[in-house]
Write a protein that binds this ligand. Structure first.
Ligand code: ATP
Length: 646
């Protein structure tokens, strides 16, 4: 490998260095293939090939574009490489442009790059402002930005007096009156627009608020009986949870509002919550959906929960399929991990959520419609979307030690987080520092024992009730990992836990499929209706002794699929933090190994902690890893905010 920047100036040298990085596991083969494809299109400036390699590599890490400033400033940091690794690659195409401006000028001049605003002859790369895109991501980001901007600007007049009295009625039973009442305010804001974002940490009342918003929409709609409301979420589990919480909130409300509003009718008319894939009409073996601009969704109001998990491509498809007159309500926690796929859409859309940035006009409207006064510190010059975004700031069910820990992590206060953890939170918190793998296995034995014992006891009454109870016990405990491979990763821990549960006699001795095997689905399968991220438990089939079925819990409903029909699954005693989003477990164990690649971030730790409802255990073989992770924020390059505001 050459480290001499002056050495070579030909693509051959670049391919050779890139190959070394591929072999070292630092560069995807796909990125190489993409850069070679760009090279095949005709005479090419070597820096473009380097940029194409970096761009494709970043796409695999969740970025939707490559910012010229990042490329000029710290490309190694962006890629998680050492300086030497970057120097070796970059040296093979030296001299490189000296700064962001020079990079921009050089790339924009290449034939393989379409510069937005110029004649479009279908080049695979797109240059927009200071950003280089793969064409597909530029198209998705532009579609999302244009649609969100148009929706945010499309506010309509509201009859404030009527709305205010409805809001007073719907929020009449407030126990703790925090000022301003952000929940009430969120309803007022959402009512006037065709998009609204309601963000907040766990237990801040997003679902509680949206149930009241639905009641309000129902109360003020000229033709309420014909309003079509759809509920959706990225995963089946999150969708079922949304439906269950909204039904419960509406049932409670119905009792309170009595005759004033036929809310039971509203609940009855709302269908099941669906996954976004199913709502949009996913079809096997294609990325396109049945619903799109030419065949829009038949909805008036669409509520999407767990929006932090919605990646750029999915958001683009969703907005494309949503009729312009429909209202989109996005719910989610902006501080959670973004999806594995490219884009951090909710995070980008919520850029001003913390500070507010509300205009005087918004403050006046909110006061008239809800009686809530926006404190001056939240007034500012946010764009149209900031006016339609509300952050809920008071958690109702997350105020205890787990909530304190989550707050400290979210604020980047590593010392405070460590102190809260070491304090033990009256038994709710535990930190195993300098841990060994067997300690996680011991936690798993204790955590899964109640579920496996109930399973061994067998049904005492109806089979389905027993299955539901077993699944609920399984949902009470989970081990979350930051990585997939190795001793502290999903695969290493699953193997170790499985072996020790077998040795303890809690699981059968052998076999890939066995009673008690928890599995996670890793690919959507439209035939069996199981989707990536669904988690089920393997049990005997009462109708066919000797055969096994995997049972899934969706809300209170149980459904099952023959184990032999599930092709893409993996054992799930331990799972990644990413896949745990949208779920909650009474006791959550988060395992953070030593971080050699900069993958442990504040968002990852926060997401892991906020999966726990009653107890949280942190396991770190190397104690400093907590402080390092809390200090590192996820950075995903994207032009979404810029595109919305231009
Ligand atoms: N204003 C309120 N008054 C009384 N109870 C409330 C209020 N807001 C929320 N709650 C209660 O707090 C709990 C959490 O609310 P909710 O489930 O809506 O939060 P969430 O933000 O959707 O949480 P998650 O992100 O975990 O789904 C629920 O039991 C809800 O009934």
């Amino acid at each position: 490998m050459t480290h001499d920047v002056r050495a070579a100036v030909s693509p051959a040298a670049l391919w050779e260095e890139a190959m070394h990085l591929t072999e070292a596991g630092q560069l995807r083969r796909l990125s190489m293939a993409f850069a070679r494809f760009v090279d095949s299109l005709g005479p090419v400036a070597p820096p473009l090939l380097l940029a194409a390699l970096v761009l494709s590599e970043l796409e695999g890490r969740g970025h939707s574009c490559l910012q010229m400033a990042d490329l000029a400033r710290d490309p190694a940091g962006l890629l998680g490489w050492t300086r030497e690794q970057w120097q070796a690659l970059a040296g093979s195409v030296a001299p490189l442009p000296k700064n962001a401006k020079a990079w921009a000028a050089q790339l924009a001049a290449c034939e393989q790059v379409w510069q937005v605003g110029q004649f479009d002859y279908g080049a695979p790369l797109v240059f927009d402002g200071e950003r280089l895109y793969l064409r597909r991501y530029w198209r998705d980001e532009t579609l999302v930005a244009d649609s969100i901007r148009a929706r945010a600007l499309a506010t309509h007049p509201v009859e404030s007096t009527g709305v205010r009295s409805w809001l007073d009625l719907l929020f009449a039973s407030q126990r703790v009156q925090q000022k301003p009442d952000w929940q009430k305010l969120a309803c007022a804001v959402a009512l006037r627009g065709s998009v609204a974002i309601i963000t907040g940490g766990p237990g801040t009342g997003k679902t509680y608020t949206v149930a009241r918003l639905l009641a309000l929409l129902f109360a003020v709609a000229p033709d309420a009986a014909r309003q079509r409301i759809a509920l959706a979420a990225p995963t089946g589990k999150a969708a079922a949870r949304l439906k269950q919480s909204i039904d419960k909130a509406l049932t409670d409300l119905a009792e309170r509002v009595g005759e004033a509003l036929p809310l039971r009718e509203l609940t009855g008319r709302m269908g099941a919550a669906r996954t976004l894939h199913s709502l949009l009409g996913a079809r096997p073996d294609t990325r396109s959906f049945a619903h799109h601009a030419g065949n829009p969704l038949e909805v008036d109001v669409l509520i999407v929960d767990e929006a932090s998990m919605v990646h750029l491509e999915m958001m683009a498809c969703l907005l494309d399929a949503l009729p312009p007159g429909a209202t989109l309500i996005l719910l989610g926690d902006k501080d959670q991990l973004a999806s594995v796929e490219a884009g951090a859409v909710l995070g980008d859309l919520c850029h001003d959520a913390q500070s507010g940035g509300y205009s005087g006009a918004t403050a006046d409207y909110v006061f008239e419609a809800s009686g809530e006064e926006l404190p001056p510190e939240y007034l500012g010059h946010g764009g149209p979307l900031a006016q339609q975004t509300v952050m809920l700031r008071h958690s109702r069910r997350f105020g205890g030690p787990i909530g304190q820990l989550a707050l400290a992590v979210n604020a980047g206060e590593a010392d405070a987080a460590a102190a809260v953890l070491r304090g033990g939170g009256a038994g709710a918190l535990r930190w195993i520092e300098g841990a060994h793998q067997h300690q996680v296995v011991t936690l798993a034995l204790a955590g899964y024992q109640p579920c496996l014992e109930l399973l061994r006891a067998g049904p005492q009454g109806a089979h389905e009730d027993w299955v539901r109870a077993v699944l609920q016990r399984f949902e009470a405990f989970r081990i979350l990992c930051a990585v997939r491979e190795g001793e502290w990763g999903v695969s290493g821990l699953n193997t170790a836990i499985e072996a020790s549960l077998r040795a303890a006699g809690l699981l059968p001795r052998a076999g890939e499929w066995y009673v008690g095997r928890p599995v996670m689905v890793t690919r959507n399968d439209y035939g069996t209706r199981v989707f990536n991220g669904d988690i089920g438990l393997t049990l005997g089939d009462p109708a066919r002794p000797g055969s096994l079925r995997v049972y899934f819990l969706e809300g209170d409903d149980v459904r099952s699929v023959l184990a032999t029909r599930l092709r893409s699954v993996e054992t799930a005693f331990a799972m990644t933090v990413h896949k745990s989003q949208g779920s909650e477990f009474s006791h959550t164990v988060l395992v953070l190994p030593e971080d050699r690649h900069g993958i442990l971030t504040r968002e990852l730790v926060y997401t892991g902690i906020t999966r726990a409802s009653t107890a949280f255990t942190l396991v770190t073989p190397h104690a400093p890893v907590l402080a390092e992770a809390v200090a590192r924020r996820t950075h995903r390059a994207s032009g979404l905010r810029h595109l919305i505001e231009r």
